[in-house]
Write a protein that binds this ligand. Structure first.
Ligand SMILES: *Cc1c(COP(=O)(O)O)cnc(C)c1O
Length: 378
């Protein structure tokens, strides 16, 4: 089944011939009085509607097991819940700000070290210590859209007994399926592309590893950050249009990149593969498209604030993946938790702007950018 069909047809044959799944709100479930068993017992452990969503999440990633959480950060925390005192996790310095905060402020209290490296692509055997238990990867990176070779990281990590956890939020399973490349765990902020309408906070984990699946089920049951039935239903419905939305958002993003590149009033444009031919080749070998997030800087002398104020359609807001185009300034909005030095090392300047492209008419979006650039030059 192709992913476009899986998004729609993974769940089937509902009661009464309904074509959408029922929502089961019950917090508790009757047990057999003799055996005291039942398919479901209490909503936190498992419930039928969340279980249906988890089946869809697994299907999209080609995974054995899927888990739904209240947010991407709850999913990330669960992904890292298998680490114990003395363990170390390696992460890129440009990792998502919330992940940076969790690793920087929470893990040390548990005796777990997060080691941030400037370039995961340059990782070698010498970077591993006996304590290195996991590598956390984001490719494309945010907001630089730099690419990491997933097959290479998987090979290196597994040779040293470390897990590979991939935050696949920017690509979604429509464009990149890291488990198929050997990664152990995929994390997603389902708040972004999976939900797609900027109206739902959720997180997803998938894995093919039975022991990790048991640990993630324990994280759900013991820590309780599970997605509610109504939100699980809404995510099931949103996912049906995920492939369609991504296709349109990506086409719009490609048109914007083509429109902005090489212009005198634009200093640089970054998108997956833009940094080098090598990165473009690696990205093309592990993903089927460049997605719909790009970053750019206005040329020196242009007024960034005048540009932002003149924009009619993009909201000036963090987050991404929704049907509406959003623009933000990573240095002060999404990556403010990083030190100035780490931001500079990652190439995130004060002037860099990140665009999450929506499904609007491309002529309207390009016209809007043009008139805002004209306003910035005045
Ligand atoms: C938003 C985001 C997260 C966190 O997800 P929430 O749903 O906001 O908790 C994690 N990783 C990436 C790449 C994100 O963009």
């Amino acid at each position: 089944m192709h992913i476009q069909t899986a998004a729609v047809h993974t769940l089937k044959d509902f009661e009464h011939g309904a074509v959408v799944p029922p929502v089961h709100l019950s917090s508790t479930f009757e047990l057999d009085r003799a055996s005291e068993e039942g398919a479901f017992a209490y909503q936190r452990g498992a419930n039928p509607t969340r279980a249906q969503l988890e089946t869809v999440l697994a299907a999209l990633d080609g995974a054995e097991h899927g888990f739904a959480f209240t947010s991407g950060m709850a999913a990330t925390a669960a992904a890292l819940s298998t680490l114990v005192v003395g363990d170390e996790v390696l992460l890129p310095a440009s990792v998502y700000g919330g992940t940076y905060r969790f690793v920087d402020l929470v893990l040390p209290g548990r005796g777990i070290t997060g080691r941030f490296v400037d370039d995961l692509g340059a990782l070698t055997a010498a970077d591993f210590t006996p304590a290195t238990r996991a590598i956390f990867v984001e490719t494309p990176a945010n907001p630089t859209l730099r690419i990491t070779d997933l097959r290479r990281i998987v090979e290196l990590a597994h040779r040293h007994g470390a897990l590979v956890i991939v935050d696949n939020t920017f690509m979604s399973p429509v464009l990149q399926r890291p488990l198929e490349l050997g990664a152990d765990v995929v994390v997603q902020s389902a708040t972004k592309y999976l939900a797609g309408h900027s109206d739902l906070l959720a997180g997803a984990l998938t894995t093919n590893d039975a022991a990790l699946a048991e640990a993630f089920a324990l994280a759900q049951k013991a820590q309780g950050g599970v997605l509610a039935p109504q939100d699980s239903f809404r995510l099931i419905q949103s996912i049906k249009t995920l492939p369609l939305r991504i296709e349109r958002q990506q086409a719009n993003a490609e048109a914007i990149v083509a429109h902005l590149r090489g212009r005198a009033d634009i200093a640089r444009v970054w998108y997956p593969g833009s940094h080098s031919e090598e990165e473009a080749r690696i990205h093309a070998s592990q993903a089927s498209g460049t997605g719909a997030v790009l970053s750019f800087e206005l040329a020196a002398g242009l007024d960034r604030i005048a540009f932002l104020e003149a924009l009619r359609y993009p909201a000036y807001a963090v987050s991404l993946g929704g049907v509406e185009t959003l623009i933000c300034r990573p240095a002060t909005m999404t990556h403010e938790a990083m030190t100035d030095q780490a931001r500079q090392a990652a190439g995130i300047s004060e002037e860099l702007l990140r665009l999450s492209v929506g499904i609007e008419d491309i002529g309207d979006l390009l016209g809007d950018l043009d008139q805002a650039l004209a306003a910035a030059a005045r």
